[in-house]
Ligand binder design. Structure first.
Ligand code: NI
Length: 210
């Protein structure tokens, strides 16, 4: 997930656009990959890729393969940059997602959710302008439950349940939707959704022709 530079979440650091615009993003990434050679920035799949509609499989055991997947998700999410990323967005249909809602560039607050499940949602709702790394440059307000309880496994396979509000609640629901094959554009008007799907289908066709 990502947020627009303008609007309600403008204080946020990640949505400020491609770091590559200053060239700094590239240097930063180069330095980092020199030290952490195992991590890899993976390609983020985009609309209208059909894999985005897959229902991801639960993780049976949090093993080395899952930990490597989590590393790649973080590396890809920070590089994008985004505040949340589900495994299916790099083409892996497993119920794994990463998030970092920290507001400063120099402090990271990485969070991992394995087999996350909404166990309760409030009747009260909240609106956020959402964006998605799989639907770049498109932002729209989405109304969702304002509070949720989410059960999940951490990187050690230990079970937790948290109660989330605000941005955390929105981001958790956005990412859990991904692992169920749901996109945030499913909540907007059909007219707007059809327009954006068409735009991305056309762009995909053009890039294939290149
Ligand atoms: Ni998304």
């Amino acid at each position: 997930m990502r947020f627009a530079a303008a609007g309600t979440n403008s204080e946020h650091s990640y949505p400020l656009g491609p770091r590559g615009a200053t060239g700094l993003g590239r240097i930063d990434r180069g330095l980092r990959t020199a030290y952490i050679a195992d991590m890899a920035v993976r390609e983020i799949i985009k609309l209208p890729d059909k894999r985005l509609r897959l229902k991801s499989e639960p993780v049976k055991r949090v093993d080395a393969g899952i930990r490597k997947l989590v590393d790649d998700l973080f590396e890809t999410m920070y590089d994008a940059p985004g505040i949340g990323l589900a495994a299916i967005q790099i083409g892996v249909a497993k119920r794994v997602m990463t998030m970092d809602l920290s507001k400063k560039d120099d402090t990271h607050e990485p969070q991992v959710f394995i087999n996350p499940e909404v166990t309760w949602a409030s009747a009260e709702t909240a609106k956020y302008e959402e964006g998605c790394l799989s639907i770049p440059e498109f932002y729209e307000e989405v109304e969702r439950p304002a509070k949720v309880k989410v059960k999940y496994l951490d990187i050690d396979g230990k079970e937790h349940e948290i109660e989330a509000t605000g941005l955390l609640a929105t981001c958790l629901q956005h990412e859990i939707d991904h692992i169920n094959g749901v996109l945030f554009i499913d909540y907007i008007s059909k007219l707007k959704r059809d327009r954006i799907v068409k735009k991305f289908a056309k762009a995909a066709k053009h890039s294939m022709a290149d």
